[in-house]
Design a protein around this ligand. Structure first.
Ligand SMILES: Cc1cc2nc3c(=O)[nH]c(=O)nc-3n(C[C@H](O)[C@H](O)[C@H](O)COP(=O)(O)OP(=O)(O)OC[C@H]3O[C@@H](n4cnc5c(N)ncnc54)[C@H](O)[C@@H]3O)c2cc1C
Length: 395
C-alpha cells in the first residue's frame, strides 16, 4: 500500500467533508426507512451498509487494483470515527470487510481475490466466521470439524456454533481439521465455504436481546472445491491468528465513540429529576460512578490511539490489545448497569416508539453481556496479560 503523506490540514478537510456527507446521507436514509429509523434491526443495518458501499465507502485500505481506495490507516480511522459519530449503526458484514478481506488480500491467490473481493466491496456477499464449536471456543485449536480429501477438493463435516450472521451469509470461512494425526495446531486448514452448497444447514439462536444474530451451522458432506483452500493445507492456524490481528488499530474506534455518546446520555439521565423530585446526580455515589466511567472513556481513547499509532508504524500486535478488550468490555457493562439504574422502570417499559433513548440503552445493556465473551473471554485475556506482559508461568 502506498502511504500518501497527508498534512493535518488535509486530514481535517477530509474529516469535515466526510462528516457533512455522512450527516446528510444518514439522515436521508433514516427518514426514508418505513416506520422510521430502526438501528437495532439487521435489515436496517444491512441496507445502510449497502448504501455506504454503493457510495464507495468500502475497501478503504485495499489496493486500487482490487477496487479499493488505498487509504492509509489514519484516514480509515477518521472514517470509523465519523461514521460512529453520526449515530449510524455498524453493518452486518463486519466480518467480511474487517477480517476476511484483509486476510484474503494477504494470503489469497490472485484468482481467489478476483473471485471473492468484488462481492465484499459491493456488499453483495456477507461473510461469517466458522471457528467456534460446542467443544472448541477458548481452546480453538480443538476444533473437530473435519475436511477429508475428496476428488477435486474436500468433504466437510462438522458443527459450528455462535456463528454471527450465518443466516444472512453467502460465505463462511471455516477452520477445519485436515490432518487428524498432526498435533492439534498443525492439522488445521482455512477453508472458504459457499453457504449455498448442499449439506449446509443453519439454525439461528435467539439471544437475550430477542434477536438471533448468531447461529449454529451444520456441515453434512459439504463439498469444498480445492480453490476454497486459503493458503496452504494444514496452515490454517497461522492464517486464523493473522486474521485476528488485521482489525488492530480500528476495531475499538466505533465502540469508544459509542461509549462516549452513551456516557453523555447517562449524565443527562443523572441530572433528570424523578417523580419525587430527586436528582440522581445529587448522590455522591452516582457522581463517583460517572466520574470513574469518564476516566475510563478517556484512558480507552488513549489506548486506542496508541494501538493505531503502533499499527501505523507496522509494530507487531502485542498483548496490549487484551488489556483494551478487558477494559472496554467491563467498563461498558458498568456504564450500562448505571444507565439501567437511572432509567428505573423506563428500562422495562420503553420501546423504540415511546422512548428511543431508553430502548437503545436497555438493548445495549442486554447486548453488553456478550462483550466479555466474544473475541476471547475476559479470563482468556487475563491469561494473555499474565503470561505475556507480567511473565507469569503458563496456566
Ligand atoms: C455475541 C457473540 C458472537 C460470536 N460470534 C462468533 C462468530 O461469528 N464465529 C465464531 O467462531 N465464534 C463466535 N463467538 C464465539 C466466541 O468466540 C466464544 O464464545 C468464545 O471464544 C468463548 O468460547 P466458549 O463460548 O466455547 O466458552 P468456553 O471456552 O467453553 O469457556 C467457558 C468459560 O470457561 C472459561 N475458560 C475457558 N478456558 C479457560 C482458561 N484456559 N483459563 C481460564 N478460564 C477459561 C471462559 O473464560 C468462560 O468463562 C461469538 C460469541 C458471542 C458471545
Amino acid at each position: 500500500m502506498t502511504v500518501p503523506d497527508f498534512t493535518e490540514r488535509e486530514d481535517e478537510s477530509f474529516r469535515l467533508g466526510l462528516r457533512g456527507w455522512l450527516e446528510s446521507a444518514y439522515a436521508a436514509f433514516a427518514s426514508a426507512w418505513p416506520g422510521g429509523a430502526d438501528p437495532r434491526s439487521l435489515d436496517y443495518r444491512r441496507a445502510w451498509e449497502d448504501t455506504l458501499c454503493g457510495h464507495g465507502w468500502s475497501g478503504l485500505g485495499w489496493p486500487k487494483v482490487h477496487g479499493g481506495r488505498d487509504l492509509p490507516l489514519s484516514r480509515q480511522a477518521i472514517f470509523h470515527e465519523e461514521h460512529a459519530r453520526c449515530g449510524a449503526p455498524l453493518g452486518v458484514n463486519l466480518i467480511g470487510h474487517g477480517i476476511l478481506a484483509p486476510t484474503l488480500l494477504h494470503f489469497g491467490t490472485e484468482a481467489q481475490k478476483r473471485r471473492l473481493l468484488p462481492g465484499i466491496l459491493s456488499n453483495r456477499d456477507v461473510w461469517c466466521q466458522g471457528y467456534s464449536e460446542p467443544g472448541a471456543g477458548s481452546d480453538l485449536a480443538s476444533v473437530r470439524t473435519r475436511a477429508a480429501p475428496a476428488s477435486g477438493g474436500y468433504c466437510l463435516n462438522g458443527h459450528k456454533i455462535w456463528t454471527s450472521f450465518a443466516d444472512r451469509a453467502q460465505w463462511c470461512f471455516v477452520l477445519a481439521r485436515t490432518d487428524p494425526q498432526a498435533p492439534k495446531h498443525k492439522g488445521l486448514s482455512f477453508l472458504l465455504v459457499d453457504m449455498r452448497s448442499p449439506g449446509v444447514r443453519v439454525e439461528p439462536i435467539r439471544q437475550i436481546t430477542g434477536e438471533a444474530e448468531f447461529c449454529e451451522v451444520f456441515f453434512e458432506d459439504v463439498f469444498v472445491p480445492e480453490e476454497g483452500l486459503l493458503g496452504e493445507r494444514n496452515q490454517g492456524w497461522k492464517i486464523a491468528m493473522a486474521a485476528a490481528s488485521f482489525e488492530r488499530g480500528t476495531y475499538f474506534i466505533p465502540r469508544l465513540v459509542r461509549f462516549a455518546q452513551e456516557l453523555r446520555q447517562v449524565r443527562e439521565l443523572s441530572l433528570r429529576a424523578d417523580a419525587h423530585g430527586h436528582v440522581p446526580a445529587s448522590s455522591a455515589a452516582v457522581r463517583h460512578r460517572w466520574a470513574r466511567l469518564a476516566a475510563d472513556s478517556h484512558v480507552l481513547a488513549l489506548k486506542s490511539q496508541r494501538a493505531l499509532s503502533g499499527a501505523m508504524r507496522g509494530d507487531p500486535p502485542g498483548p496490549e490489545g487484551s488489556s483494551t478488550k478487558i477494559h472496554w468490555s467491563e467498563a461498558h457493562q458498568r456504564l450500562l448497569e448505571l444507565s439501567l439504574q437511572l432509567l428505573g422502570e423506563d428500562a422495562c417499559l420503553a420501546d423504540g416508539a415511546t422512548d428511543v433513548r431508553a430502548a437503545d440503552l436497555t438493548h445495549a445493556y442486554l447486548w453488553s453481556r456478550a462483550e466479555t465473551i466474544l473475541a476471547g473471554t475476559s479470563e482468556i485475556q487475563r491469561n494473555i496479560i499474565a503470561e505475556q506482559m507480567l511473565g507469569l508461568p503458563k496456566a
